[in-house]
Design a binder for this molecule. Structure first.
Ligand code: SAM
Length: 243
C-alpha cells in the first residue's frame, strides 16, 4: 500500500523509525477505523492518505520533542478525550515500552479502542477508562501518576490544562497538540498553567501534507497541582481559569 510508505517516511521526519510490524499495526488500525466510522463518528474522513497525515503522523509529531523529553524510556501516558485513539494509540504502536491510559467521557468511542487493542495485541499496555477528566483526576491512583499527559482537539489550552496537568507527575510533561491558534491560546492560558503547577517550556512547530501549520505545546510540571483543581465537572469548560 503506497500510503504506508508515506507513513514510514513521515514518521522518519519526526525521528521515529517504524519497523514492518509497526507499519502493519497502523494498517490494521486504518482498516478497523474505516469499518467503525461507518456507524460511530470517530474521524471526518477515512480516506487512507488523510488518516495517515492528519491522524497517524500528527500523533507521532511528539518525536520532535526528543530534546526536551527522553522518549526512549518506559513512559506512562494518559490521553484525555482520546476519541478514535488520537494521539495515544499511534504513540503506543510507535513506542513499544510505553503504557497508555485512554480516557474518554463517551463509552461508545472506547468500544472501538477496546476492539482495536485486542486486534493489535496491546491489551497488556493499555487501560481504557470511560470517565470525565475532572472526576478521574480526583482518584489518588491516577492523580500525579503519569509521566506524560497528551490531548488533541478537546478544548482550549486553559481548559485542557485544568483537565491534564493534575495527572502529571512532577518533572513530567503535558503535551498539547494544537493548530495555529497555539500562540494566542497560550497567552490566554499562562495564568492557568502556572496555577496548576505547569510551565510552558516550548512550542514546536511542524506541518503535515495538506494541513496548516501545527504546534506541539510542551508544558513541564514544575510543582504539584493544588488540591482544588480540577474544579467540579463542567466548570473548567464553563468558566476557564483566566489571565
Ligand atoms: N483526541 C481525539 C482526536 O484528536 O481525534 C478526539 C477529539 S474529539 C473532537 C474530543 C473528545 O474529547 C470526544 O471524544 C469527547 O468525548 C472527549 N471529551 C471532551 N471533554 C472531555 C472530558 N472532560 N473528559 C473526558 N473526555 C472528554
Amino acid at each position: 500500500m503506497r500510503e504506508l510508505e508515506l507513513l514510514k517516511n513521515g514518521a522518519g521526519e519526526f525521528n521515529i523509525a517504524l519497523n514492518d510490524d509497526q507499519v502493519e499495526n497502523f494498517r490494521i488500525y486504518l482498516e478497523l477505523l474505516t469499518e467503525f466510522n461507518s456507524h460511530t463518528n470517530l474521524v471526518s474522513s477515512v480516506e487512507a492518505e488523510t488518516v495517515i497525515a492528519k491522524h497517524f503522523l500528527d500523533s507521532l509529531a511528539i518525536g520532535l520533542a526528543h530534546k526536551e523529553i527522553n522518549l526512549n524510556q518506559q513512559l506512562s501516558l494518559i490521553d484525555i478525550g482520546t476519541g478514535g485513539g488520537f494521539p495515544g494509540i499511534p504513540l503506543l504502536i510507535a513506542f513499544s515500552s510505553w503504557k497508555l491510559c485512554a480516557v474518554d467521557s463517551v463509552a461508545k468511542k472506547l468500544e472501538f479502542i477496546k476492539i482495536l487493542a485486542e486486534k493489535l495485541g496491546i491489551t497488556n499496555r493499555i487501560e481504557i477508562v470511560p470517565a470525565r477528566a475532572e472526576e478521574l483526576a480526583r482518584l489518588p491512583e491516577k492523580r500525579e501518576g503519569f509521566d506524560l499527559a497528551v490531548t488533541r482537539a478537546v478544548a482550549k489550552l486553559n481548559v485542557i490544562s485544568e483537565y491534564c496537568l493534575p495527572f502529571v507527575k512532577e518533572n513530567g510533561y503535558f503535551v498539547s497538540y494544537k493548530a495555529k491558534s497555539a500562540q494566542s491560546e497560550l497567552e490566554e492560558a499562562q495564568n492557568a498553567i502556572s496555577l496548576l503547577g505547569g510551565k510552558c517550556e516550548s512550542v514546536l512547530k511542524y506541518s503535515l501534507t495538506g494541513e496548516e501549520q501545527r504546534n506541539l505545546v510542551l508544558i513541564k510540571k514544575v510543582a504539584s497541582t493544588p488540591g482544588k483543581y480540577p474544579r467540579r465537572t463542567g466548570v473548567p469548560a464553563k468558566k476557564p481559569l483566566v489571565r
